[in-house]
Design a protein around this ligand. Structure first.
Ligand SMILES: [Zn+2]
Length: 135
């Protein structure tokens, strides 16, 4: 639901640095070379094995909801979830899913999606990611 015609005019930047934008956006993680634990933030050492060598790896863009919380603070309730993407847990917000216990289910299939968080005065658009029901 982005407008492709505007892409030449608006500079897009990812809201978090582990989101890689493009035709098919994806998440990238730092994988420990010793134990394959994956982290989205930058680490000096692995929390599991204290290894200090990491390789950037692409994370699967679809997965299943393994836990969720319906957050009712603020004007609009939303769903905060953990999605298991082929073994990599991803904390995210569910997009386009009614924030009700009837609509959100453990084990539901979801896929990565991106959305605009708005533009600054120079026309730079911040892009955030979430997960939405898989088609
Ligand atoms: Zn490790």
């Amino acid at each position: 639901m982005t407008e492709p015609d505007n892409s030449a005019l608006i500079k897009q930047v990812p809201f978090v640095d582990y989101l890689v934008l493009g035709e098919e956006p994806y998440l990238i993680s730092n994988e420990c070379n010793q134990c394959q634990a994956r982290y989205f933030d930058r680490r000096n050492a692995c929390a599991r094995c204290f290894g200090d060598q990491f390789t950037k790896v692409k994370v699967a863009s679809s997965g299943v909801v393994t836990s969720f919380t319906i957050v009712e603070m603020g004007p609009v309730p939303y769903v905060s979830a953990v999605v298991d993407c082929d073994g990599t847990p991803v904390r995210c917000t569910l997009i386009g899913v009614d924030p009700t216990p009837e609509k959100v289910q453990l084990g539901m299939s979801v896929e990565l999606t991106t959305y605009s968080m708005g533009e600054d005065s120079e026309g730079t658009e911040a892009i955030a990611f979430g997960f939405t029901s898989a088609r």
